[in-house]
Write a protein that binds this ligand. Structure first.
Ligand SMILES: [Zn+2]
Ligand SMILES: [Zn+2]
Length: 421
């Protein structure tokens, strides 16, 4: 089937031709604006193509779960359940259990999503087919299951937490990622709602972020490795295709005041372009490596804090908090994403410790960093302003609930990100 033609007739019907599906030489199918969209406009809202959720009491789910465990499947049971729930009544002929199913058209749409075409089914798929259809099942069934599994692994969204549920959407599956996307999506009930972050002229590609909003402030290396691990592609957006990463500024080792940048690639290299603008200092390769090692240690520490639940006062002492800022300013310039990330933890720490004034000074800095690195409308900017507002209220003697100030990291789930498996 000509999927581009199909998607375009879908666009005609559902969004009155305001979007067009085109083929990009590297990215494959993409969506392009066919009219001007003003900043804030809703491009479309779409109901889920398919929803699946764990069903702990369903006999078929119980059998599947047991099989996953006994045969040590590569993924959690819900992924196989999602693939099985994407088969049609016809596929279920000869099956000895009862699963949720889809219509032929739903399945065709799911199979249009990006996924590598499997040549042979995996052991996992074969075990499932043997268990539920017996040894004589058509070999094409295991292959179809394999394709559907890949479809879910690469195109699904978190939908519910209890029970854990995933969703897939049709048009959104063809929107590419960009680290400076022109759109942002959110849920309206179960619907995927897409809005313009800025004015989008006719002919411009529609993009969203596959990463959590706060990851858009991270370094190119960090963004790329997350996308490679979860979505299996190397981001080549214009923000990733720069010689010097603007959020990886180190303190100049020469004058201790200016900042230095390195050329980023597979390895990090000192380069004239990144030399200190104050004193002209150019690091040696050994110095660059040493700085990168220290940077990695900070990253590990921040990741550990990000995983911690509850108040920052539980994992930071007053002395550590005071030393942190000094240590960070010796290693990094103002333009380093990890310095910003540490500052966000310090906002939470000082807020919990009842020092709203110090918390606000860090919150102001985080807000400035966000505005400089990621100009325009973003959830990050909104969260920054919310934090600043809460702290201002607190400083002026108003009672503000702790939930509204703490835990910037936790707010990412509210933006409804795609599943990062
Ligand atoms: Zn990118
Ligand atoms: Zn310098």
């Amino acid at each position: 089937m000509d999927t581009v033609k199909y998607i375009n007739s879908y666009c005609q019907e559902k969004v009155l031709g305001s979007l067009l599906c085109d083929v990009h030489p590297q990215k494959g199918r993409i969506l392009v604006a066919e009219k001007n969209f003003a900043c804030g406009t809703k491009l479309f809202a779409e109901a889920p193509l398919h929803l699946v959720a764990e069903a702990p009491k369903d006999p078929a789910f119980i059998r599947l779960k047991r099989l996953c465990k006994v045969k040590s499947f590569a993924h959690a049971p819900l992924w196989y359940w999602a693939a099985l729930s994407s088969l049609t009544g016809e596929d279920y002929e000869g099956c000895n259990a009862s699963f949720p199913s889809v219509t032929m058209e739903q399945q065709q749409q799911l199979l249009m999503f990006y996924h590598p075409e499997p040549q042979v089914p995996s052991e996992d798929s074969l075990h499932i087919v043997h268990e539920f259809w017996g040894r004589n099942a058509a070999s094409s069934l295991a292959l179809k299951l394999e394709s559907l599994l890949a479809v879910w692994l690469l195109n699904c969204f978190e939908h519910s937490e209890e029970p854990v549920g995933f969703s897939t959407f049709f048009l959104p599956a063809f929107i590419s990622h960009d680290c400076r996307p022109n759109c942002m999506w959110h849920y309206e009930g179960d619907c995927f709602t897409l809005r313009a972050r800025r004015n989008i002229p006719v002919g411009e590609e529609i993009t969203v972020s596959y990463l959590a909003e706060e990851s858009l402030l991270e370094s190119i290396a960090s963004r790329r490795s997350q996308l490679e691990a979860t979505k299996h592609f190397l981001c080549n957006c214009s923000t990733c295709r720069v010689a010097l990463d603007p959020v990886r500024g180190f303190r100049c080792l020469g004058c201790q005041k200016g900042e230095i940048f390195f050329e980023c690639g597979d390895t990090i290299k000192p380069c004239a372009l990144g030399a200190c603008r104050r004193c002209g200092f150019l690091a040696t390769a050994a110095q660059a490596n040493e700085l990168v090692l220290q940077e990695a240690k900070v990253e590990e520490l921040v990741q550990e804090w990000d995983r911690k639940e509850g108040s920052a006062a539980a994992y930071l002492t007053e002395e550590q908090a005071q030393r942190l800022e000094e240590n960070m300013s010796q290693l990094f310039s103002d333009k380093h994403w990890l310095r910003d990330r540490v500052a966000r933890h310090l906002v939470a720490y000082y807020e919990a410790a009842g020092d709203a004034k110090t918390a606000l000074s860090f919150a102001n800095r985080c807000s400035e960093f966000t505005a400089e690195v990621y100009p325009g409308f973003s959830a990050l900017q909104a969260w920054s302003m919310e934090t600043q507002g809460d702290l201002q209220l607190r400083l002026n003697g108003f009672q503000v609930g702790p939930d509204s100030v703490e835990g910037q990291g936790g707010q990412s789930s509210a933006s409804g990100r795609a599943v990062a498996k």
